[in-house]
Design a protein around this ligand. Structure first.
Ligand SMILES: [Zn+2]
Length: 502
């Protein structure tokens, strides 16, 4: 198919150079034809640079066990980002982010950093408490905290017992297993530094290990979310002490030698120190999109930037058996499609318009990487994004099956989709199917919603290994990924007219 096209272009030049009425026009036509022939040659070279073996090598790396499924955030995901960056640097792409090739954006991760979290009493020996054994904390009161102070016994902590002034001190209360909210209110009003709860004489609820076990699992497995406005600063830290720990902190109140009727307001012999530390910077973690910029050659058009995107993250370790999910198709296939396109662009040289290649993270957590970028886009110079082509899962199912959204059935249907429909048959996809039901399911949705630009999404459907540990590189149809990559290059080439028809 490609060869026929090249020959046709050449034969047109041969047949019609002198057929125009005016000489000047004839000269211009010859120039245009020559330019077209040169462009065709460059396109051919670009398409030829896309090799099945290269794509295979890249997917086997991206979907290797050593990257542990590229969860956002994780070391494997960050290594993948650096691999992509190195490739951009080698190929001569310009940095596509303010400080290089990596566009950072914050997410909230309320996960306890247990190595830095501690609780201890000044009474020795054995003053150190162990989280999950001696004490428990709840996720809803989780905020960074560090404090070392005297401890005041506050009885039940209810109205009748709670001292009025606890400024800067720990309040230790007998837990009666009843509602806790009024206790917390009283102690907050009294200015307590934090609250220590321990089973009192009348306590008949479950042991804390059972009562707070799920909380602890949640704290340890906390996942990223979109940053919260409220950082929970000023929330009183609450610790739930197991009976043995309570006795070690306050032998005068707990255990066999305890006083019968201790008086609320009494200060204990021991002081208490506690720190709780959240992942990253007080629960804020910086995540990474990788952005490479390919500047356009036409001064009038180069500020119009075509954005190609693919998410490079996946879901990491998951499931009952805690297995690595390699995500070879999801989205190793899209990730390496963009790498193949990067090589093709390097072979081709500049297009008239600029191209931004963007590998986003956080897709599997809620399209976070693309949400961050489209809410705060950054492009070199005066660049502005004019359209987005997003590629996610293009390496499985029948060789000729490729889907697209938005189709003509949606209001968002546009010239970019039309271009894909026109060019797809050249790469062995006779008719693009609709994946309109996936309109909201990948990163293009954020480009459409937040930047209000035309978008298209290429996808070849889910399969039995979708989000399973078995989405592995040996199941990928590499020729299909090669053809999708070629289609993307053809689309870029088709977007170089004087006026974009989107
Ligand atoms: Zn996925």
């Amino acid at each position: 198919m490609r060869r026929t096209f090249a020959l046709l272009a050449l034969s047109l030049v041969a047949l019609f150079p002198a057929s125009s009425s005016a000489l000047a026009r004839s000269g211009a036509a010859t120039d245009a034809a020559a330019r077209k022939a040169a462009a065709t040659g460059k396109l051919d070279a670009a398409l030829d640079s896309i090799r099945l073996e290269n794509i295979k090598a890249d997917i086997f790396f991206i979907a290797s066990d050593e990257l542990e499924g590229r969860d956002t955030p994780s070391p494997g995901q960050r290594i993948a980002a650096r691999f992509l960056r190195a490739r951009l640097e080698r190929l001569g792409f310009a940095p596509g982010a303010p400080d290089g090739y990596i566009y950072e954006y914050p997410l909230y991760l309320p996960r306890l950093d247990e190595a830095k979290t501690y609780a201890r009493t000044s009474l020795r020996p054995a003053g150190e408490f162990t989280l999950g054994v001696d004490y428990f904390i709840q996720s809803r009161s989780l905020a960074a905290f560090e404090g070392n102070a005297a401890v005041v016994f506050c009885g039940s902590g209810r109205e009748k017992d709670a001292p009025k002034d606890l400024k800067g001190k720990w309040a230790l209360c007998f837990d009666d297993g009843k509602t806790f909210s009024d206790v917390l209110k009283n102690l907050t009003e009294a200015g307590a530094l934090g609250v220590l709860m321990a089973p009192g004489p009348g306590y008949d609820d479950k042991p804390y290990s059972e009562r707070f076990g799920d909380e602890l699992r949640r704290l340890r497995a906390a996942d990223v979310s979109w940053p919260r406005e409220d950082k929970r600063e000023g929330v009183l830290p609450v610790l739930w002490l197991a009976p043995s720990a309570a006795e070690r902190l306050a032998p005068e109140l707990f255990g066999d030698n305890a006083k019968r009727n201790p008086k609320p307001g009494t200060e204990l012999a021991a002081s208490f120190a506690h720190a709780r530390v959240l992942s990253g910077d007080n629960g804020t973690v910086l995540c990474e999109n990788v952005c490479g910029f390919w500047p356009g050659s036409d001064p009038a058009l180069r500020d119009e930037v075509i954005v190609l995107s693919a998410h490079y993250d996946h879901v990491g370790w998951r499931g009952q058996k805690r297995e690595i999910h390699n995500g070879a198709d999801d989205n190793g296939s899209g990730t390496t499609t963009l790498l193949a396109v990067a090589e093709a662009l390097a072979t081709h040289g500049p297009l008239r318009r600029s191209v931004m290649l963007m590998w986003v993270s956080g897709e599997e957590k809620g399209l976070f990487g693309s949400k961050a970028w489209t809410e705060k886009p950054w492009l070199p110079g005066q660049g502005r994004a004019v359209c987005n082509l997003n590629i996610d899962m293009v390496g499985r199912n029948a060789p000729e099956k490729l889907m697209i959204t938005p189709t003509a059935k949606r209001a968002e249907y546009n010239g970019l989709v039309k271009l894909a429909e026109d060019l797809a048959p050249l790469e062995g996809f006779p008719k693009l199917e609709s994946c309109d039901t996936y309109w909201d399911r990948s990163d293009h949705a954020n480009f459409a919603r937040n930047l209000k630009i035309p978008v298209a999404f290429l996808f070849s459907d889910v399969h039995q290994d979708y989000h399973k540990p078995t989405d592995d590189p040996d199941k990928i149809d590499y020729d299909k990924v090669r053809r999708v990559s070629r289609l993307v290059v053809r689309m870029l080439n088709g977007l170089q007219e004087d006026k974009l028809k989107l």
